[in-house]
Design a protein around this ligand. Structure first.
Ligand SMILES: C[S@@+](CC[C@H](N)C(=O)[O-])C[C@H]1O[C@@H](n2cnc3c(N)ncnc32)[C@H](O)[C@@H]1O
Length: 268
């Protein structure tokens, strides 16, 4: 199905793909893929696929004999994803109401999406419904922000130089740091063999200023916070003092990120 997105939505999707994905998200698909064991011919659903970094990695495993679908509620994300890999089934929708038949997928994966769901229990029930008996699930979720201190520093920069609301917006992705909550949702939905593994990966931004710029241009607008060019330049300049500790000799900003991967099975 062709994804219709406005020019503004498509630009936002391309921005996410160009800035956030290589810097932060690209190292993670290997963990989810190995956790569920995607094989040639597997049927895979990637929920909250964004621009498809994990979906593409899944397709590389299934090959053309598999079925790979990526679902997201943001048309701009899907339109940008479809520009890169048109052969994947990109589907507009939410995790809480998956527009797929029951028992359709061998593997259901979701990378850094669950913290944004309105109703996580309903989403877990939907994941269970669309998985085949014996099917596998893997979810990646950021640990709490105190385990991701570079983001604590970004929050501090925004609180000091933008607003408390701006700082708060950057904490949202780290709001599901307690893996016990996720385990309970999955268990209540019917999943078994639930296990949790902690992983660290390296984030690499082109500079410390880019760490902040992606938030100002790519994240805060989603919360209705729009800054003018003069204010953006001012915040970036002021961020140097706090973020210079992440600057490598190459000029890049390099730091550790920490997340957990939850794996589960639908009883067969
Ligand atoms: C941080 S991005 C992660 C995207 C992608 N998985 C990646 O690793 O790059 C979070 C995604 O969750 C999506 N999302 C938000 N609410 C959702 C919902 N209720 N159901 C499914 N996806 C949702 C957003 O549109 C966004 O694309």
């Amino acid at each position: 199905m062709a994804i219709e997105a406005t020019e503004e939505e498509l630009i936002a999707g391309r921005g996410y793909e160009g800035l956030f994905v290589p810097a932060l998200f690209a190292p993670w698909p290997k963990h989810l893929i190995s956790a569920v064991g995607i094989e040639a011919g597997s049927h895979v659903l990637d929920i909250a696929c964004g621009t498809g970094v994990l979906t593409r990695a899944a397709l590389a495993q299934t090959g053309p004999s598999g079925r790979v679908a990526g679902l997201d509620p943001a048309p701009g994300m899907l339109a940008a994803a479809a520009e890169i890999t048109p052969e994947i089934e990109w589907v507009l929708g939410t995790a809480e109401e998956l527009p797929f038949d029951g028992e359709a997928f061998d593997c259901v994966v979701c990378q850094f999406g669950m913290m944004f769901f309105q109703d996580r229990q309903k989403a877990a029930a939907e994941m269970f419904r669309v998985a085949k008996p014996g099917g596998a699930l893997s979810l990646a979720i950021w640990q709490s922000i105190d385990q991701n201190p570079a983001f604590q520093d970004i929050v501090a920069v925004l609180e000091e130089h933008v607003s408390a609301e701006a700082g708060n917006a950057v904490t949202v992705p780290f709001s599901l740091g307690d893996s016990g909550v996720v385990e309970r949702h999955l268990s209540q939905a019917g999943f078994s063999n639930i296990s949790v593994a902690l992983h660290k990966e390296t984030a690499r931004f082109p500079s410390t200023r880019t760490m902040v710029e992606v938030e100002l241009r790519g994240w805060l607008p989603l919360f209705g916070i729009h800054l003018g060019e003069d204010q953006i330049a001012d915040v970036l300049e002021k961020s140097d003092a706090r973020l210079s500790k992440y600057a490598a000799p190459s000029g890049e900003a390099i730091f550790d990120t920490s997340a957990y991967v939850v794996t589960a099975k639908k009883p067969g």
